[in-house]
Design a protein around this ligand. Structure first.
Ligand code: F6R
Ligand code: ZN
Length: 189
């Protein structure tokens, strides 16, 4: 095993910049096919807004460490009446949970277990969310500004995207008459 060493990592609350970062990826709208209910609005937005950036993930991980952490920075916007959101996933290792801490912006963390129980936790500056093992989680930017949060996780957790990608989540977060609403996903009726 390589040797681990103490490190200071700077995180910018407004931009989500991580310094130093050891990994990064970005998700543009065209890479998020099938997660938004309104497929016409999805393809129209890709065309008309030139495939906008939806979110970016930066991480800090030391080779051989059991823990890693990073930021997710989500842009504001909607596809039809649904707010921009992450893909959502279970962890591959069903015994591994995670912690999110919101640095700026406002959103909702949507959680769901394998028995179909749902939960939402508000994401706002200073709030931390405990994600228990084997609860799927998806973050949703419901505000007018970027939503920036840090996450802390076990390296062994892994990601399992399959089920959420195929079935969606039981709840949708939409804007209706200017209000944020959590509604049942009609796909599950
Ligand atoms: C890691 C984790 C976050 C998300 C990130 C993007 O376990 O929960 O780092 O991976 O917010 O969301 P997904 O991976 O669902 O596209
Ligand atoms: Zn996760």
């Amino acid at each position: 095993m390589s040797e681990l060493y103490p490190a200071e990592v700077l995180i910018n609350s407004a931009t989500g910049a991580v310094s130093p970062a050891t990994g990064r990826y970005a998700k543009h709208l065209s890479e998020l096919g099938g997660i938004f209910s309104n497929a016409d609005a999805w393809s129209r937005t890709i065309r008309e807004e030139n495939d906008p950036l939806i979110y970016e993930v930066l991480e800090y991980k030391q080779e051989g460490s059991d823990l890693f952490f990073g930021t997710t920075t989500m842009q504001p916007g909607k596809i039809g009446d649904e707010f921009y959101m992450t893909r959502g996933h279970f962890h591959e290792d069903r015994t591994k949970g995670e912690v999110y801490n919101t640095l700026s912006g406002q959103g909702l963390l949507l959680l769901e277990d394998r028995q179909g129980r749902s939960s939402t936790i508000e994401m706002r500056e200073g709030s931390s969310a405990f994600i228990p093992p084997d609860w799927a989680h998806r973050s949703i930017n419901c505000g007018p500004a970027p939503l920036v949060f840090t996450w802390f996780c076990s390296v062994a957790a892994g990601h399992d995207y399959g089920q959420i990608l195929q079935q969606g989540m039981r709840k949708l977060v939409i804007e209706r008459n200017g209000e944020i609403e959590v509604v049942a996903n009609p796909k599950f009726d």
